[in-house]
Design a protein around this ligand. Sequence first.
Ligand SMILES: NC(=O)c1ccc[n+]([C@@H]2O[C@H](COP(=O)([O-])OP(=O)(O)OC[C@H]3O[C@@H](n4cnc5c(N)ncnc54)[C@H](O)[C@@H]3O)[C@@H](O)[C@H]2O)c1
Length: 364
Amino acid sequence: MRVGVPKEIKNHEYRVGLTPASVAELAAAGHQVFVQTQAGSGIDFDDQDYVDAGATILPDAPAVFASADMIVKVKEPQPSEIALLEPRHLLFTYLHLAADKPQAEGLMQSGATCIAYETVTSPNRSLPLLKPMSEVAGRMSIQVGAHYLEKEQGGRGVLLGGVPGVAPARVAILGGGIAGVNAAQMAVGMRADVTIYDISNDRLAELDMFFSSQIKTAYASKAAIAAAVSKAHLVIGAVLVPGAAAPKLVTREMLRTMKRGSVIVDIAIDQGGCFETSHATTHDDPVFVEEGVIHYCVANMPGAVARTSAFALNNATLPFALRLANMGAEAAMAADPHLAAGLNVSGGKIRHRAVAEALGLPLN
Ligand SMILES: NC(=O)c1ccc[n+]([C@@H]2O[C@H](COP(=O)([O-])OP(=O)(O)OC[C@H]3O[C@@H](n4cnc5c(N)ncnc54)[C@H](O)[C@@H]3O)[C@@H](O)[C@H]2O)c1
């Protein structure tokens, strides 16, 4: 297979689809890898690292797309990249189509086969290619939240862990999945007062066992969320309904009950966000204030810690990339229903039920 790695062009995105170590694995399996010059420069991989791993360096994205059959990226293709996709291409990257109809329509028009990292599944019903970035975003959400709670940042002037004699900040985490647990681990490490809300009773039981008395758990009823939001200094939005837009759990009315200078971090913003008042922001301008509450809603949080994130992502994607390259998309998906669950678009049609429903488009 001819595999292509363009340089990411989304704002402040420094990760790269394949690290030199991943390129070496593909090259050892007999595949040709074409990497756009400087594709990894943002995280200290230079062209020579890729050449040493067996890649061919090309000058720009059009050359990479023209030379390769399979494109491995990080973020969803931008309009200039969608314009380079052809029906022969296999695109393997994050897509997050449920909240992005224009992109979905662009990919349908391209005719390409598009496998989304975030809907590939695993036998234990988890999402193995979302997991590493959820781990990063979850852990980051607490350091970001702690930062914006500082007075200088417009925050309430509260230290997450408190000090002896002064109570710690109250952190409410909505959604106790991968991102939520990683947020809780960091918040517990900083000695905050942490409660996780989820609608899965099995998950709440697991969290209770895992964290023991370090956190509280609560069923995510509307009433419980309203009460939590009114008291919290920091609310983390980390819910997920796979492939679908995030449910809006926190209304503007609930937000009005929060104290001025409190902070929300809406990790789920890449699926539309779970706060009514959220809209996506970028690392350039990450926060805005609504109802006196600081909103951090960066859709590509892991981009800020791009080197850690690129290694973590490659650890997860490489086995699938190798299978796609070795067997071709059709055979690889026929052999593995979990990889097949990643198929979002092909032949001009939406192939994923939840994505089709979220977009109001017909399924195949
Ligand atoms: N902003 C970013 O940079 C970034 C990075 C990585 C992941 N994410 C996003 O973070 C979100 C969480 O991802 P994850 O991997 O932790 O998902 P996950 O599937 O591991 O966990 C989601 C949890 O939400 C719970 N949930 C679902 N509906 C709920 C509801 N109505 N109320 C309360 N809980 C509910 C589920 O039971 C589950 O425990 C996703 O939207 C994902 O796309 C964003």
